[in-house]
Design a protein around this ligand. Sequence first.
Ligand SMILES: C[S@@+](CC[C@H](N)C(=O)[O-])C[C@H]1O[C@@H](n2cnc3c(N)ncnc32)[C@H](O)[C@@H]1O
Length: 239
Amino acid sequence: MESFSPIYSHITPRFIREADVPKGLPRLTDHKDREAVLDFTEDSVGGFFSREECGAIYDLARAHGPDGVAVEIGSWKGKSTICLGSGLKARGGGELFAIDSHEGSEEHAHVYGKVWTFDEFVNNIERARLTDVIVPLVMTSWYGARVLGRPVSLLFVDGSHNEEDVEMDLFLWSHKVVIGGLIVFHDVFSFEAVNRVWSRCIRDSGIFEVIGEEGDMAWARKIKEINYDFVENEWEPSK
Ligand SMILES: C[S@@+](CC[C@H](N)C(=O)[O-])C[C@H]1O[C@@H](n2cnc3c(N)ncnc32)[C@H](O)[C@@H]1O
C-alpha cells in the first residue's frame, strides 16, 4: 500500500459486532464519570496520552463553547479519541470526526516499522461504546479537509509532527474553526517542529488566544478570522 495515499478504497470502515470484541477487556458505560473514563483509557487503550492529558482533553470536549463538530487529526488506537468522544457524550452528544491514515507517522516507522492501527482503534471505540459519537475517517488530514465542510468548534491536532505537515494541517483546517472555537495541540513542548508552528501560527499570531496547557498539550481560542496568503505562505488576523 502506498503510504499517505489520500483514501483507501479497499477499506469499508465498519464497526465490529459485539461478539468480535475480545473477551476480558473492560467496557466503558458511564461517560459522565470522569474517573471511569480515565481508568478505562489508562488500563486498556494504547497511546501517547498521560492520564492528566486525557483528563484535560475530556474536560475541553465536555465544556467547549459554540456549535460545530469536533475534529481529531491523529487517533492512533483511539486514546485521545475516547476522551474527546466521552466528553462530548457527557455534555449530551455531538460528533467527533476522527481522521487518521492509520499507517502511523514518521517517528512510529522508526520504532515499529509498518503499522496498521485501524482494527485496534475500532475495537477500542466499540468497547468505549462511542460508535454513535465518533465518525472515523481513514484518510490523510489533507484529504479530510477537502471532504469535511462543517464548521468546527474543537480542532485537535496530533497527526504528523513534521513541521511542513503541521503547518499544512493548520492552513487547511483552522479557517473551519468558528470564532470562540478551540484549537488543541499535542506534543507541543516535546517536538521542536510542533512547537515552532504552535508559537508562530497560534501563540504569536493574533488569531488565537492561548488559554491553557497540561503536560505536553496546549490549547487556544480562536478570536479573529484568518487572512492567508498562499503565495507567501503566511497568515495574519483579519482587520
Ligand atoms: C502521535 S499519533 C496520535 C496519538 C493519539 N492522539 C493518541 O491519543 O494516542 C499520530 C497519528 O497521526 C497519524 N498521521 C500522521 N500523519 C497523518 C496525516 N497526514 N493524515 C492523517 N493521519 C496522520 C498517524 O497514523 C498516527 O496514528
